[in-house]
Write a protein that binds this ligand. Sequence first.
Ligand code: FRU
Length: 497
Amino acid sequence: FTNEELYRPNLHFTPNKGWMNDPNGLFFYKGLYHLYFQHYPDKNVWGPMHWGHATSKDMITWEEQKIALFPDEKGYIFSGSAVVDVHNTSGFGSLKNPPIVAMFTYHDAVKEKTGAIDYQSQAIAYSLDEGMTWTKFKGNPVIKNPGIKDFRDPKMTWDAIHNQWIMVLAADVETNIYRSSNLINWELVSAFGKNLGVHGSPWECPDFFPIKVEGSTEMKWVLLQSINPNGPNGGSATQYFVGDFDGKTFTLGNSFANDLKQETAFWVDYGKDNYAGVTWSNIPDTDGRKLFIGWMSNWEYANKVPTENWRSSTTIARELKLLNINGHYRIVSLPVKELDKYVSKTIKRDLLTIDKETVIVDKSTVDMSRLDIHFTMNGLKDDNYDFILSNKEKNALHFGINKKDKCFYIDRKYVSKTTFSDEFAKKISKAPISSDFSSIDVRIIIDKTSIEVFYDNGKTVMTEIYFTDKPMDSFSIAKANTAFELKNVFIKQLNIK
Ligand code: FRU
């Protein structure tokens, strides 16, 4: 197997060539989902940032397009967002052909070297051909640096509730909230988060949007807030806050504020490899979903993972929902339903009793490199429930539920290629188990070099990458102290179109 055959995923976006980090400029328009991304096309490590571009009809199969934005004399093109200016508020287009407007951070690497701190500012560009080519605005920057070193990653949203454009921006240890009527002139209206959630380094890549509480008409606002380092398992991760927004100020309600006294932060994903994720703009009301995609890597080792022609992939696109669980607001996420269209074969088992190590599926029946596995576990006690993805070379990825120690976990120590970074497999990644249960729903997406595990219908998510010597060829479940049941087991082969 070449490195390319072994490692390039089937159903996740990777750049054809070169480096990728954060997803940028996500918008939906005329049947296409657009994904721009932090990109250095010339090397497989981070460098002068461009915005790469890809499009998809379903957020699963991507077609890479020409590079959208190149660095220039004002700086590298750092992370940002894009919106469809339907009413042509910016005047860059017309009502008949609305402009797409992107905002990004100019990172002036030359100025940075002089020791100045005001080298990040916000700039805009617009597209009159549905996102394929872009013109940078002549009056850039639209938001100058106010003397804050880390001042970046603008995420714009149309706020239909207050009839305004809003934008959130990571400003050192806070998130600034701005508003605008024309996407060009921006007014700073508030800042959020100084002593809330996890800090210790600047915040990055915020996203801020209204979302309906499932099963009710109640509307809340959610702030996604990435941070690196200091994620729950080291390095990069994305926390979230739930509260209310009056058009200017974001405040946490009593419920979420109290929850933050019990736990330092709530995370979109507890695995090590889901960072800088944000949501798509301009999703039609008739759809109404909050659609999210993250960068499936971690700054601890992203530049060193053992791929050659390209580096990094996105997570599977996910739908975010907000639940009110006995008065506690929680974000849950599951793969987008579009993934179901890729199922080419389903193996179903109604009931399995696990009283010894049991192979659930192996390569004699399916291609282990792209699977969607779903089951319910019943009869769980205070025990350790260990799942193993392995091959004949004795590469083994362990993950599962340690009810005794009250955590979900992933352990990639035994997956062979781990020495490229000390941080990669040093510790077992863990997510807290906060409620007692004897039954739980588990969904696992496997795609060659990644595992995405959704417990309890997406209430706890863990995403991690791994690098094997040979493809994995078996998925099994270890024996626990007392027998337990797997019910409604669905093993779905995912097809590549
Ligand atoms: C997050 C980040 C952003 C920045 C970009 C640079 O991963 O550090 O804050 O805009 O990457 O590539």
